[in-house]
Design a protein. Structure first.
Length: 367
């Protein structure tokens, strides 16, 4: 260690204070010395893995945590609820209502006079208020709303996940091929994207739904066919995203090294390129789930999706579009309110999680 001459010199003025500062700096521990605003690495400092860093950023956002809690509660309600609530199924009618008859009247059949009575009400308990036997009441057909809400939510969420999975699979494959090969292949796929993006999706679904209905497609497969067709018209956004990222990544040094090592095309695309686009893919898929729930609800509301006696959230809201819809909208919130609230919770939950993932996976986000 260097020695400092701390003796005062009249010609140099009072240097005792400066000397003390020098000694304090020399005796200061190395891990407390900060240069350029950074502390040197210490053995007590633990490095954080990328996965843990992403999770830490994600759970730091209150909206992300709120969205996660909302979806956990919703999924538990839809999947675990029917195991505890077995009183009614989604297609059961409550026939405990009062049976009403018309006044008896006489008529003649084949020369024989008979007395007839017409049943004017078959005893179905329609639009019943919430009670012990029906916690949310019954709908206009006498079906239990709570049972239909749980089973319908399960169906709506399943359809949305399947549609997003198909859209992502088609978009990733075609976008990856277009971005990697470029040239004429890229031009063909992108022009196909341009054509599909010009088509009005909802009117097209209405036409296709009418064609399926005319061919007597079974109701349990109706909505699945529609969402499959929708997936073939909706993959363009994912394909453009993947293509743009791969056009940038394929010029990176690690891809040049993979090319020099003679890796196959499939390995370079699906093992080295696609995994590096995965963060953007996850964010897009999460945000797309909310859109698919709205799409399914819209088709079911227009009677082009799930059909009665099967249920979905869109089918349950459809009641307000019937002749008795105005009265039900005004007096029976328990019929249309719960499915509408579930749609809002699901869409908000997926959007909150998508925004949280986008912020957490952004490498430029501040720690």
């Amino acid at each position: 260690m260097e020695e400092y001459n701390l003796k005062s010199n009249p010609s140099q003025g009072n240097v005792s204070d400066a000397a003390e500062e020098v000694m304090e700096e020399i005796n200061q521990p190395a891990d407390e010395i900060i240069e350029d605003g950074e502390k040197p690495l210490d053995k007590n400092i633990k490095l954080m893995s990328p996965t843990r860093m992403v999770l830490r950023r994600f759970f730091r956002s209150k909206l992300s945590v709120a969205g996660l809690v909302m979806l956990i509660v919703l999924f538990a309600f839809c999947w675990l609820g029917p195991a505890f609530y077995r009183t009614w199924d989604e297609d059961d009618y409550d026939r405990t209502g009062k049976i009403e008859y018309s006044a008896p009247y006489e008529c003649e059949v084949d020369g024989v006079k008979i007395t007839q009575i017409v049943i004017t009400d078959n005893g179905i308990n329609k639009l019943a208020p919430p009670s012990a036997s029906h916690p949310l009441g019954t709908d206009e057909k006498g079906m239990d709303i709570l049972a239909r809400l749980m089973k319908g939510g399960r169906r709506s969420l399943t359809i949305s996940f399947l549609a997003v999975f198909m859209i992502s699979a088609i978009g990733i494959i075609l976008g990856g091929i277009a971005g990697y090969y470029g040239g004429i292949v890229d031009s063909i796929i992108m022009r196909l994207c341009d054509i599909l993006m010009c088509l009005p999706t909802l009117p097209l679904m209405l036409i296709i739904g009418t064609v399926l209905d005319a061919n007597n497609v079974p109701s349990q497969y109706y909505i699945y066919l529609l969402m499959t067709i929708l997936a073939f018209f909706s993959w363009t956004g994912m394909a453009r995203l993947v293509r743009g990222q791969i056009l940038f990544l394929r010029e990176q040094e690690y891809m040049v090294a993979a090319e020099a090592m003679g890796f196959s095309t499939g390995r370079k695309i699906f093992k080295h390129l696609i995994p590096n686009v995965l963060p953007q893919i996850l964010v897009t898929m999460t945000l797309s789930l909310g859109s698919m729930i709205l799409y399914e609800s819209t088709l079911s509301y227009l009677n082009l999706g799930v059909r009665v006696p099967l249920s979905s959230w869109g089918t349950m809201v459809q009641i307000i579009s019937t002749e008795a819809g105005a009265s039900i909208l005004k007096n029976n919130f328990n019929v249309w309110g719960p499915p509408g609230i579930c749609i809002i919770i699901a869409v908000l939950g997926f959007n909150f999680i998508g925004d949280g993932l986008r912020d957490a996976l952004d490498p430029k986000q501040r720690r």
